[in-house]
Design a protein around this ligand. Sequence first.
Ligand SMILES: [Zn+2]
Length: 253
Amino acid sequence: MEDLDPPREEPGAAQRILHTLQCHGLHWDEPVLWQSRRRAAYARARQRLAARGCLFRCDCTRAALGAHGACRGRCQPRQASLRQPSAVRIRVPPDCHIAFEDLKQGLQCVALGRETPDFVVLRKDALDAYQLAVAVDDAAQAISHVVRGADLLDSTARQIFVQQQLDFPTPRYCHLPVITDARGHKLSKQRHAPALDDAKAVANLRCALHLLGQRAPPAQLSGVEPVLAFAAEHWQLARVPHAGSVAAAAAHT
Ligand SMILES: [Zn+2]
């Protein structure tokens, strides 16, 4: 449960997500890991990175940063005297390239040193950064496959870089298209997309399967369990669209 940013979270939102998953028959097979309770693990990972000389403190103001929020090294002469509040960044060699074969999106080659140089692993407000937390959690849970929305495809190279610096294995990745509204916007709270209606779980699953190009479960299947069982049995990754997003307007519901 990615709840690293308490000020930005709506109270009860995490519990509602878990409840919605359960209503849709999507159960978890290990206890839920809450990132907000994992800060000691992230701190240990940072200590290991620091011991390897991979980290540096950065108190550059927004105006001093370059494209993509990159530190341009103006904080380097101040390193010895830097204290909080400063961010902690991980050093990315300028020529660093990360390549991985995504199970849906194919071969991805990212010029990490150019695109997201020296990215943040501890924010200036002392909150753990997402990329480090995810890499640490995936290793702790021995995750073999990460299946998630294609909106996270461009985070993957940073997570793989952190895994490599910490000698963690790299999972297989499969990035699926995210559902958008008819105008191509991701369905999100910021855009006032309505929450999933838990009372329509079967219809929601049928809609998701349709958008993912899968065979429609027979109409007589009426519960989430039989619909999911049919979907799992007939699942064909090759039928999932390659696009980064699919518009909900194409749905038949
Ligand atoms: Zn800096």
